[in-house]
Design a protein around this ligand. Structure first.
Ligand SMILES: *Cc1c(COP(=O)(O)O)cnc(C)c1O
Length: 405
């Protein structure tokens, strides 16, 4: 039953979220399973940007900073992103690339624990995060300990009293494994250290409760599940309890307590405004703002629920098609699922392993199925319930079966 296209079509017809697909400008014939790398274009964005460029910039010129709300945008958009990750207003700003936000957050985190000598970094994290951990440790004269997230409690135990800050990804970008952010944050706090969570593959994908979990700092991309477009600015969250002591290394004039005095010395603004830097990439920032509307309307919880069901469906199709000996013989190699099966242990992507992963991903792309490969042998399929349908999943697996043959 599940293995027929009719079954998938019926699920789509009953799906409460199916209408949200219309909010995205997805080209006909394209199955977008790559939203964890670059989210698709929300239909509201071109019009919003056109207004910003022609009317606000074109006609209002510099008045746009206050008449059109440009000045407040980093914190205004920050509060909207904050709501999506369980942060009360006044703790999140948007601006800069993920890399810069990471550098800023990680350095500030280490400076919150000046007496501690060890910086811990997630060994499975995205390359930028790992490179930056090395750089920050070197800059601050800290000893860097790289560890898989699963071994974090052990590492904290081994370096008892030494660890100042811990940088980890909430969802493994390769395998899609989701970590228990609340439980690990509690372990880090018990060790007297502070957390920096990279939420690039979690924000807008899985329900997060940063305030409730007692997270210290967090950052995340704007162009993945938040659909802000290529180069969309990233967000930085800092819990209110840390604001007064937060010593951020990127000290731009927008983060000054009295920016228009043009003073000789930097005095950080009260609250999260100190995490602002210089003039933000405003066009990208306002594109991101317009892009958030469909996700806010659907709600992260509902999107997550459907994304999990799409993941279950994909995995059952992959299992079902791969289990008969006849299929194996015919196909040579059939991919295996590497993402953990339990809903609490996976994000919204399913990763498959296949020896010819890069070739398969390229062949799928030629057929309009957008996925990506990660070396050496992984294919990632992002099942964002906001715009991916059951029929998309069925068709993607059909194509996969054909290209593996
Ligand atoms: C995508 C991603 C990045 C990318 O950083 P940019 O500065 O936006 O290129 C960094 N960290 C993680 C965990 C990511 O998933």
């Amino acid at each position: 039953m599940e293995f027929t296209r009719e079954w998938a079509e019926k699920r789509d017809a009953e799906d409460q979220l199916s209408g949200f697909r219309e909010e995205f400008a997805l080209p006909a014939g394209v199955i977008q399973l790559n939203g964890n790398s670059l989210g698709p274009l929300p239909r509201a964005v071109p019009g919003a940007l056109d207004q910003v460029v022609r009317r606000e910039w074109g006609e209002h010129l510099i008045r746009g900073w206050f008449e059109d709300g440009w000045w407040d945008a980093p914190e205004r958009v920050g509060d909207r992103v904050g709501r999506l990750v369980g942060a009360a207003p006044g703790q999140t700003v948007v601006g800069e690339s993920t890399s810069v936000q990471l550098f800023n957050a990680l350095t500030a985190a280490a400076r919150l624990r000046p007496e501690r000598t060890v910086l811990v970094s997630d060994a499975g994290n995205f390359p930028t995060d790992r490179y930056l951990a090395v750089s920050v440790a070197r800059m601050l004269g800290l000893r860097l300990v790289q560890t898989p997230v699963a071994a974090l409690p052990k590492v904290l135990e081994r370096h008892r009293g030494e660890v100042g800050a811990v940088l980890a990804g909430a969802v493994d970008f390769r395998t899609g494994e989701l970590w228990d952010v609340a439980a690990l944050t509690a372990r880090v706090r018990d060790a007297g250290a502070v957390t920096v969570w990279d939420l690039s593959h979690a924000a807008g994908a899985v329900p997060l409760h940063l305030d409730e979990a007692g997270v210290d700092l967090a950052v995340g991309c704007g162009y993945k599940y938040l659909c802000g477009g290529p180069g969309a600015p990233a967000f930085l969250y800092a819990a209110a309890r840390h604001h007064e002591a937060l010593d951020l290394p990127v000290t731009g004039w927008h983060g000054h307590a009295r920016p228009f005095e043009m003073a000789d010395t930097f005095v950080p603004a009260p609250g999260i405004a100190r995490a602002r830097t210089g003039t933000p990439h405003l066009l990208s920032l306002l594109a991101l703002e317009a892009a958030l509307t469909p996700l806010e309307a659907a709600g992260v919880a509902a999107v997550r629920e459907k994304s999990l069901r799409l993941g279950d469906y994909l995995m059952s199709l992959v299992d079902g098609a791969g289990t008969t000996t006849r299929t194996r013989e015919r196909t040579g190699a059939w991919p295996e699922v590497v993402t953990p099966r339990a809903p609490a242990r996976r994000g919204n992507q399913v990763t498959l392993r296949h020896p010819r992963a890069p070739r398969l991903s390229a062949e799928l792309m030629a057929r309009g199925v957008v996925t990506d490969a990660r070396p050496p042998d992984l294919i990632r399929l992002c099942l964002n319930g906001l715009y991916v349908s059951y029929t998309d999943v069925f068709d993607a697996v059909t194509h996969l079966r054909e290209v593996t043959r």
